[in-house]
Design a protein around this ligand. Structure first.
Ligand code: GLU
Length: 467
């Protein structure tokens, strides 16, 4: 059975690169009927970086993306004694040794190593002389000193490294704590992980980790190193490229399905298919097809995909996921009545929205009334439009109050058509100022439909209030 894993460090955010790695691991596990495991690598306890809530961020963001895990190892830190046990076993096997080099001695060796281009060699590797008593040693792994190591990476292909170039790896620090490379290997082994799919920035670590695995006589997992995600300028995707975390996208109103689809396509493809459902992704995704060349993150493309997912969403489902956005905007929980008004507006909004935030912004127009504690803000263009012809707005109010206009899309349309004829002007121009008073903007979902949804009384109230 194939067992994949995600092994994030709790940093307090989930970079989209980590999300994509999670996605690939999850998909491949699902595709093969295997298991996707999650392991929290919380060994860095530096109080400046470590805070326990950061672990919840990992759980929440993965859940938001729909990437549920089959097994959880919630603390690598808690397994430290097991990692040390393996280091001691390696010493017993003669594959590792205590190294007593002082920082000063190390500096001298590093200086030499810079000149020769070869890694430092600890005199304690093969020494039989008794160690100094006042120094706390580190434990180093004996790396092979000749030959080449070959990594058959399912994404990167074959990579070779000359063994003499790899320094004897520290497994346990002088304070007795295990190093990252040791902990990862032991945990992957103990969890039965046989596919390690992770960022290409770990390739160097892999060559070190493979030696620990060999020394222990364990089976090597299959490795796949996924290229990093680049920004539009070709450099590594970072904060200066804009939104880089899943939280950024969640809070700006992106649908998890859209981000899922976009991240999947970024680094893997299935013919020309742009829209790939989760079910199809599970059917089609093979980790061996992950693309080797790094992909550039394209916000515009993601946003277009998000708009498409919004348009294709079921009205009620869309309403439900938009609720938190709109409730934050109006600062109260929506009543049943407000929800049903909003639901009527959803078909018009989903044609226009790129994000759920867009829907929240537009959605206001369907729900506010005289009891709402909401003050619209008008941009400059809207104010200009409103002020352009107040007399006509007054006349329209009068007509609405006195005439028996059928309150349907067609009825309202006929009314404005006739009125525009009367004034000898285009209907669009006539409708522009009332549109601002009713929808608080010069651009809005279809106006007559909105007027029908909010009703005649509310239409008149807004025209009077905001004229
Ligand atoms: N904890 C490592 C990280 O967050 C990942 C380790 C791994 O995937 O092997 O970069």
């Amino acid at each position: 059975m194939i067992k994949t894993r995600l092994a994030p460090s709790p940093t307090g955010f989930m970079h989209i690169g980590t999300a994509r790695t999670a996605l690939f691991n999850w998909l491949y596990a699902k595709h093969t009927n295997g298991k996707f495991c999650l392991r929290i690598e919380d060994t860095d306890r530096n109080p400046e970086r470590y805070f326990p809530e950061a672990v919840d961020v990992i759980y929440n963001e993965l859940k938001w993306l729909g990437l549920n895990w089959d097994e959880l190892e919630e603390s690598q830190y808690a397994r430290s004694s097991r990692h040390i046990e393996v280091a001691n076993e390696l010493i017993k096997k003669g594959c590792a040794y205590y190294c007593y080099l002082t920082p000063e001695e190390l500096e001298v060796l590093r200086e030499q190593s810079r000149k020769t281009g070869l890694p430092i060699k600890s005199p304690y590797r093969d020494s039989t002389t008794p160690p100094p008593s006042n120094i706390k040693p580190v434990i180093r792994l004996k790396m092979p000193t000749s030959g080449v190591s070959i990594l058959n990476d399912i994404v990167q292909g074959e990579i070779k490294v000359e063994n003499q170039l790899i320094e004897d790896l520290i497994l346990v620090r002088s304070d007795g704590t295990p190093t990252y490379n040791l902990s990862v290997v032991v945990d992957d082994h103990d969890m039965g992980i046989n596919y390690v799919i992770r960022g290409a920035d770990h390739i160097n670590n892999t060559f070190k980790q493979m030696q620990i695995i060999k020394a222990m006589g364990w089976e090597l997992p299959t490795y796949g190193h996924v290229p990093l995600i680049l920004g539009q300028d070709g450099s590594k995707m970072s904060k200066r490229h804009g939104a880089t975390t899943t939280e950024d996208y969640r809070k700006s109103g992106y649908l998890p399905k859209a981000l899922f689809n976009y991240l999947l396509k970024l680094g893997w493809s299935h013919g020309d298919d742009e829209i790939i459902s989760i079910e199809d992704a599970i059917k089609w995704f093979d980790a061996h097809d992950i693309l080797k060349s790094p992909a550039k993150f394209d916000h515009t493309k993601l946003t277009a995909l998000n708009a498409l997912y919004i348009r294709n969403s079921d009205d009620e489902e869309l309403l439900n996921i938009t609720l938190p956005f709109i409730e934050e905007k109006v600062q109260h929980q929506l009543s049943q009545n407000e929800k049903s008004l909003l639901l009527k507006g959803i078909p018009y909004m989903k044609e226009r929205a790129k994000t759920l935030l867009d829907i929240a912004n537009m959605g206001i127009i369907y729900i506010i009334d005289e009891t709402s504690n909401f003050t619209p803000t008008f941009d400059e263009k809207s104010i200009k439009t409103l002020n352009s012809d107040k007399n006509k707005i007054d006349e329209i109010i009068k007509d609405f109050e006195e005439k028996d206009i059928p309150w349907t899309k067609e009825g309202i349309n006929d009314y404005f058509k006739e009125k525009a004829n009367q004034y000898d002007m285009k209907m669009g121009d006539l409708v522009a100022p009332p549109r601002v008073a009713i929808t608080f903007s010069t651009i809005s979902p279809p106006l007559f439909e909105a007027m029908v949804i909010i009703g005649k009384q509310e239409t008149i109230r807004r025209l009077k209030t905001y004229r």
